[in-house]
Design a protein around this ligand. Sequence first.
Ligand code: UD1
Length: 417
Amino acid sequence: MDKLLIEGGVPLSGEVSISGAKNAALPLICAALLTDRPLTLSNVPHLNDVTTMLRLLVQMGVDVTLDERNSLVLNACGLNRPEAPYDMVKTMRASILTLGPLLARAGRARVSLPGGCAIGARPVDIHIRGLQAMGADICVEHGYILAQAQRLRGARIFCDLVTVTGTENLMMAAALADGTTVIENAAREPEVVDLANCLNAMGAKVSGAGGDIVTVEGVERLAGAEHRIMPDRIETGTFLVAAAVTGGRVRLNGTHCGILDAVVEKLREAGARIDCHRDSIEISADGPLSAVSLRTAPYPAFPTDMQAQFMALNCVARGTGVITETIFENRFMHAQELRRLGADIEISGNTTVVKGVPRLDGATVMATDLRASACLVVAGLVARGETLIDRIYHLDRGYEHIEEKLSQLGARIRRVH
Ligand code: UD1
């Protein structure tokens, strides 16, 4: 199994390009299931989760090719097996995003129920109830969601909790339903807006995305389209934190502050200087940062996917920071690993209190989930001596060439087999 070896203490410096967003790419790939015409996606990140999603679609009968401009062309005219087997869903929960499109286009779907995962139970009841409200006949048997509907019909759906993939699944299903669907308490994440824009380019009638009420007027059929995937705001945020904690000066290209205001604001509060441009962000920091307190919540509030990286920041900051996680019930596993590097962290329920220490010392640590891995990389970059991070397959699910990009910024980091 691959590991990452980092020798900390080098301030990051230089420029790097931010990749297309994983959490936008996955629903956009599923949107191809809604039409028998080609959907062309550019700025697709090279990530294991993207490969898994493509493999899933290929076994459904979707034709996947790369065109001469390195764009992904998906053609679901041969869709013949509307199924997502357990083997694939267990490695990537986002496979649930095939449920809505399959049901809307093929009239039936058999999608494995995702299990719990390291960060929490993560049920999909809101996805299921929403589709049922649209007239789908759904039962769960032998660990599979079996769904059928001649034609879905528009409905008013109130989501009990704000769910990102739930909103996306329902939006895609509603695009081909008979009549108008209104999704209330919808997720407002930029990735939801990116999906809505692509669906509209395909001929859908989605309005209100980015707000908490999304209205979808169903259409008879969708056409093909070309769409450029938005930049990854979590990769952006991770590189910003890495630059700030190492006291570096970095320019991130192909991204912008507008998709991560809450993160930028917290970094400024910590003492980093950030300049926002139309298509790039510059950050610099000198001297120790100040610890920040934050609370995760659905967009536009502070993202749960950046919580772990900010915990690493607080570990080496001046003062004490209190972090409260409100989205997932078990998302502090990185705290234990950070303690192995010498961090002073106390956990009480869904809150951690981190007292900054003058320095972290390198050690062997283990990645437990995707963003926890990113937090360990950030900590390793600032720790004295060598940090060896085990189980980095989590990292490869969501960060494109992370060690290459960090090396480009001067970090001493390499992959060991
Ligand atoms: C998405 C992101 C993930 C991010 C998360 C929260 C993708 C592919 N993944 O995950 O990176 O961490 O949003 O911003 O976009 N819930 C239910 N029932 C449901 C659905 C959700 O109880 O039917 C709960 C979840 O357990 C969780 C909360 O709602 O506590 C939010 O989850 P949700 O927004 O659905 O997360 P994902 O869409 O899975």
